[in-house]
Design a protein around this ligand. Structure first.
Ligand SMILES: NC(=O)c1ccc[n+]([C@@H]2O[C@H](COP(=O)([O-])OP(=O)(O)OC[C@H]3O[C@@H](n4cnc5c(N)ncnc54)[C@H](OP(=O)(O)O)[C@@H]3O)[C@@H](O)[C@H]2O)c1
Length: 284
C-alpha cells in the first residue's frame, strides 16, 4: 500500500515516522519545509506540493491543524481531485462531526472513499506508537488500512460506520480534557487562597481519585510556570472547544461548561499563550 502523509506537525511527524518504520512506501508533504527534512534524510519521498504527493497514493492521511486548513489543502487546493480513483482519504485532524460528514461527501464526489480517523493521545503516545484511533466510516475500508494505523496505535476503536462517529467521540474526549484542566487549576487557586502551600497541593491533589490521571503529567510545567514545550498547543484546544459549542448548537443540546471553557481558553490564547501547552490555561 502506498501511503501519503500530509501535515508533519507535533502529531503528524511522529505518526508518519511509525508508518515508515512499519515498512510502508511513504510520501510526505508539509506546508513549511522544515519538518520534512528528517524524512528526506531517511530516504522518504518529500513532495513539492500536496497534489504531487497524492498522485499515486492508495491511502492519504491528513493531520492538519484545523478544519479550515483541511479544506484549504484538500478542496480549495484541488488535492482530492488529484487523488486516484477509489483511493482512500483518512482525516486524522480533529474536526467536527459536521465537517467529517461534509468531507465524506467531498470524497464521494471525487470518486474516493473517506474515513474519519482522529486520535486520542498526545505527543508522547504519538512518539511511542500508542495512540488510540477513533474511526468513523465503513468497516471494510478500515480493514484495508488497519495495518497502517496499527503502526502508530495501541488500539483502534471502530466507533461506527457513519463518517462522523470518530469525530463525535473525539470532541467528547477533548471537552473532558479541557474542563478537567480548569477544575484542577481552580482547586489549586482555591487551596492557596485558604492558606495552603502551593507545592503541597501540586504534590497531593493529583494522587487523589478525584483528579483526571493526565493532570499528573502537567504538574512539572505548572510548578515551573513553563509551558513552552507544548504537547498539545492551547490554540488547538480552543479550536476543539469551539467545535463542541458549534455541534451543541446544531444539535440543540446545551453545552454550558464547554462554552464557558471555550471563553477561558480563548482569553488565554488572546493573551499570547496559543502555541504554549494547553496547561498554560492554569495561569489565567
Ligand atoms: N497535539 C496533540 O496532542 C493532538 C492530539 C490529538 C489530535 N490533535 C489534532 O491533530 C491535528 C494536528 O495537531 P498538531 O498538534 O500536530 O498540530 P501542529 O503541531 O500545530 O501542526 C499542525 C500542522 O498543520 C499544518 N497546517 C496548519 N495550517 C495549514 C494550512 N492552512 N495549510 C496547510 N497546512 C497547514 C502545519 O503546517 P506548518 O508546519 O507549515 O505550520 C502542521 O503540519 C489538530 O487537528 C489537532 O487538534 C492534536
Amino acid at each position: 500500500m502506498k501511503v501519503t502523509f500530509l501535515g508533519l506537525g507535533i502529531m503528524g511527524s511522529r505518526m508518519a515516522r511509525h508508518i515508515l518504520d512499519g515498512g510502508f512506501s511513504l510520501t510526505v508533504w508539509n506546508r513549511s519545509p522544515g519538518p520534512a527534512r528528517e524524512f528526506e534524510e531517511a530516504g522518504v519521498t518529500v513532495a513539492d506540493s500536496p497534489e504531487q504527493a497524492v498522485a499515486s497514493a492508495d491511502l492519504v492521511i491528513t493531520m492538519l491543524a484545523t478544519p479550515a486548513a483541511v479544506r484549504e489543502v484538500m478542496i480549495d487546493g484541488g488535492v482530492l481531485q488529484a487523488m486516484p480513483e477509489d483511493s482512500i482519504w483518512a482525516d486524522s485532524s480533529t474536526v467536527s462531526p459536521a465537517f467529517a460528514r461534509q468531507s465524506s461527501e467531498w470524497a464521494q464526489t471525487h470518486g474516493c472513499r473517506y474515513l474519519g480517523i482522529p486520535v486520542a493521545g498526545t505527543r508522547e503516545p504519538a512518539a511511542a506508537g500508542t495512540l488510540r484511533v477513533l474511526v468513523g466510516g465503513a468497516k471494510s475500508t478500515l480493514d484495508e488500512v488497519r495495518s497502517v494505523l496499527e503502526t502508530y496505535s495501541s488500539a483502534i476503536v471502530h466507533v461506527g460506520p457513519e463518517a462522523d462517529r470518530g469525530a463525535a467521540l473525539k470532541i467528547l474526549v477533548n471537552g473532558m480534557l479541557a474542563q478537567s484542566m480548569l477544575v484542577f487549576s481552580e482547586a489549586i487557586k482555591m487551596g492557596e487562597a485558604m492558606g495552603m502551600d502551593r507545592d503541597f497541593l501540586y504534590d497531593t491533589l493529583p494522587g487523589l481519585p478525584v483528579i483526571a490521571p493526565f493532570v499528573q503529567g502537567k504538574v512539572s510545567m505548572m510548578k515551573s510556570d513553563d509551558f513552552g514545550d507544548a504537547s498539545f498547543p492551547l490554540e488547538l484546544m480552543h479550536k476543539d472547544l469551539n467545535l463542541i459549542v458549534e455541534t451543541a448548537y446544531e444539535k440543540d443540546q446545551p453545552a454550558l461548561l464547554a462554552a464557558l471553557a471555550r471563553e477561558i481558553y480563548g482569553r488565554a490564547k488572546a493573551a499570547g499563550m496559543g502555541r504554549e501547552d494547553f496547561a498554560a490555561v492554569h495561569r489565567t
